[in-house]
Design a protein around this ligand. Sequence first.
Ligand code: NAD
Ligand code: WQD
Length: 338
Amino acid sequence: MSTRILLTGGAGYIASHTWLALQAAGFDVVGVDNFSNSSPEVLNRLARLSGQTPMFERADVCDAVAMNAVFERHRPDAVVHFAAFKAVGESTSQPLSYYRNNLGGLVNICETMTRFDCKRMVFSSSATVYGVPEKLPLREDAALSAVNPYGATKLMGETILRDLGAADPAWQTAALRYFNPVGAHASGLIGEDPRGTPNNLMPYVAQVAVGRRERLQVFGDDYDTPDGTGVRDYIHVVDLAEGHVAALRFLLDGKESITANIGTGRGYSVLDLVKAYEAASGRSVPYDIVPRRAGDVAACYADPQLARERLGWQARHDIKQMCEDSWRWQSMNPQGFV
Ligand code: NAD
Ligand code: WQD
């Protein structure tokens, strides 16, 4: 029997790509989602891409009774816990809903896992745990801080898993600190479909390119970076998905717990990304320079050496492929998953 992996938040952007990567690697996958930030249409697309009906449960990860029933039915061997709210600005105006969903959900899943003696988890952490970077590239042993409630939930999430491992060595966890996930599956059938106005750069640029929005606002051109605009480590979502396969293999091989950056190690500016997107799409992306966005840092990029050495994983896609795949998804689905 093959190893069964439960993906919480399974219909989401990163989870849907990870679902395909796990199936391709021979794992059985079960998804759980309450569609608070995703569409059931994702499941139809996954069925088309994989040739099989996805095993899926509609449920809230904060619901203890529902999670118990999911574990009873599917008996997963390990969990990848994606389910969370992720909008930084919204977390500042609605902190309690972020603490409840992101931390309540994590604690509930961990309690359910303990009851079913399932003690391997890959956790979606974030480069946001580095707060304002002191030194670049960021290594995993850099200073950590939370600069908004969303970041606090990721920092606390890592702490919860570390404490669980200290209390019971049977727990093996991988906290993956994602940098800036972008791009889409090469088929163009799944991709990022933000609700309302996109908060993040690539989906905003994509919507300008496809004609859904008029102009991009570039948040500041007076940073201490080569062209003055913010620099980030964009990582193709398919590479990120493969990072989860590598982390699960690491845990299932009985290795210890790990906390690892998942990035490329290369930084690109906002204007670099706009130019790359224009080239990939053949569309122009008009923009205005506006004041800096509160809470943004000048530059943030990973040292990805630990993941390479310990997980045997490294990013393979470049910025051109990230933009081309994003554009294929955006142009094939101009209104997202309707
Ligand atoms: P997403 O919103 O597309 O996916 C999250 C999924 O979880 C959604 O389908 C949502 O409906 C579901 N969900 C949320 N709360 C739930 C609940 N209580 N019960 C059941 N399902 C629930 O986001 P994503 O970009 O795919 O992010 C996945 C994970 O990665 C999140 O934990 C996020 O914080 C983390 N992360 C994302 C980024 C990024 O920039 N996208 C960067 C670093 C970390
Ligand atoms: C990238 C660059 C902006 C939008 C966020 C979260 C982080 C992680 C990833 C979850 C910056 C600039 C953006 C726009 C712009 N998520 N920008 N105009 O802020 O690096 O990270 O997503 O864990 O926690 O904070 O990503 O895509 O929002 O911004 O000029 O309309 O693009 O200023 O320099 P960020 P982003």
